[in-house]
Design a protein around this ligand. Structure first.
Ligand code: SAM
Length: 201
């Protein structure tokens, strides 16, 4: 279960699970710090994310930090990562977490992992590369009807010179072709030039 803990006068989400690296633990719960995870930043910014008992397809798993928190809550997390070094670290993180399934593959080619991923309730994406909307669109078929998508947009990955708000809008427009876009939430002050687009299938 996710709960909220007070750290240095701020309220942060926290989960029950095995401590990872040097993260902070308060009253036996892992503090999910909004400066270390865009999902935590979204939660602190009042984005509703029904992760409990959900099946999650996580694109851009990195070294497994955010996937590890999601796996504390979800029923199954399929975390796709294509860079060897973070993928190796995520595999280590997954060794002691039986609901986290690392997949070493390119999220631009979902046929690589379609045979091992079931239909999911939540699509979470944090790939931080150019073409972020297209990656989510390609993976939309994994999401069940009514399932929710959270697409983190790093504006500078699309175009370093453009106004971030323009890029958020472009991504949200493209997502609108296959999802019902609910809203776009800017992740400042935790992450500059990042937003999360919240949508539904
Ligand atoms: C910002 S990092 C992810 C951090 C991670 N989500 C977390 O919060 O712990 C973005 C990751 O996406 C991965 N990535 C980018 N494009 C990808 C693709 N097409 N397929 C799979 N992984 C990708 C990068 O290698 C990088 O590790």
């Amino acid at each position: 279960m996710m709960r909220w803990v007070e750290v240095d006068g701020e309220r942060y989400p926290a989960t029950q699970g095995e401590q990872l690296r040097d993260e902070r633990v308060v009253d036996g719960a892992r503090v999910w710090h909004p400066r270390r995870s865009k999902a935590a930043a979204a939660l602190v910014k009042d984005v509703e994310m029904p992760l409990e008992d959900a099946r999650v397809l996580y694109l851009g798993g990195g070294a497994g930090t955010t996937p590890s928190y999601v796996a504390d809550l979800a029923r199954a997390v399929y975390a796709v990562e294509f860079a060897p070094s973070p993928a190796k670290r995520m595999v280590e993180v997954a060794e002691t977490r039986d609901r986290l399934f690392p997949i070493f593959a390119d999220a631009r080619d979902p046929s690589e992992y379609a045979p091992v991923v079931e239909e999911v309730d939540i699509l979470y994406q944090d790939v931080a590369t150019r073409g972020q909307a297209e990656v989510a669109v390609k993976n939309a078929p994994f999401l069940r009807d009514g399932g929710r998508a959270y697409v983190v947009v790093k504006a500078r990955s699309e175009d370093v010179t453009a106004e971030p708000a323009e890029k958020y809008e472009e991504v949200a427009d493209r997502l609108g072709d296959v999802f019902d876009v609910d809203r776009t939430v800017d992740l400042s002050p935790f992450y500059d030039d990042h937003a999360v687009v919240v949508a539904r299938r």
